[in-house]
Design a protein around this ligand. Structure first.
Ligand code: PRP
Length: 216
């Protein structure tokens, strides 16, 4: 039996996914060692392999078939636009993609003005402003701490993830418009889906059942 390889987004998504798999009897002891420098972990019993990657790299590994399955946020799926199948909403990692800024910036969103938008997600921001709102904007790509941009005058608004809203609140910013809800998703390589259909669909079904049972 060939290994089915998982690319997991490093951090909380990977941890929650391993907990979910563990509840199905699929565990990976060597992954729990916090000090290990190993990059790839195996479960011989089920013929599974796991590795951790940065979120935006997960769809890349899956599109090329270096991983059969990926666990990644919906934000990253929308931003990366890879040829992969999204097969399951895992329900955790829930947050929202929003246009945010100071209250005073709300006027710029209704008067179709050419404003600057800072974001880690230029494709999502471009699609929202150009295709949904028909508003021309100047996009500025940043790599983190996006909330700084409107505070220091780099942009009028930002497009960013809001989870609890506390980062916005502590910095005098607010949600101006909601773009879409987000959560962790399972994605699959299209060729793997054909070649290993029975194994992959069985796994998806088991995960679905567990998630439904947990919701009750
Ligand atoms: C994300 C996001 C916000 C924050 C939202 O940043 O970009 O800054 O979390 O969470 P909250 O609504 O619960 O405050 P992350 O911590 O991933 O780091 P980053 O700033 O480097 O993107």
């Amino acid at each position: 039996m060939r290994y089915l390889t998982f690319a997991l987004t490093k951090g909380r998504l990977a941890e929650q996914t391993m907990e979910l798999l563990e509840s199905l009897g699929i565990s990976c002891e060597e992954m729990k060692d916090k000090h290990t420098r190993k990059l790839i972990f195996t479960n011989e019993q089920y013929g599974l392999r796991f590795f951790l990657a940065k979120g935006p790299d997960v769809p890349t590994y899956v599109e090329y078939g270096a991983a059969d399955i990926g666990i990644v946020g919906k934000d990253t799926i929308l931003e990366e636009k890879r040829k992969i199948y999204e097969v399951l909403d895992l329900g955790y990692g829930k947050c929202r993609m929003c246009v945010c800024g100071p209250e005073s910036a709300a006027q710029y969103l209704t008067h179709n003005q050419l404003i600057r938008v800072a974001t880690k997600y230029p494709n999502i921001a471009k699609d929202y402003f150009y295709n949904k709102k028909n508003q021309s904007v100047e996009l500025i790509k940043l790599n983190g701490s996006i909330e700084l941009a409107p505070i220091v005058g780099l942009s009028e608004v930002i497009v960013d993830i809001v989870e609890t809203g506390s980062t916005l609140k502590e910095n005098g910013l607010t949600v101006l418009e909601e773009i879409c809800p987000l959560s962790a998703r399972m994605v699959v390589n299209p060729v793997s889906m054909k070649m290993d259909n029975a194994r992959i669909t069985e796994l998806i079904q088991k995960m679905k059942n567990r998630l439904a049972a947990d919701r009750k």
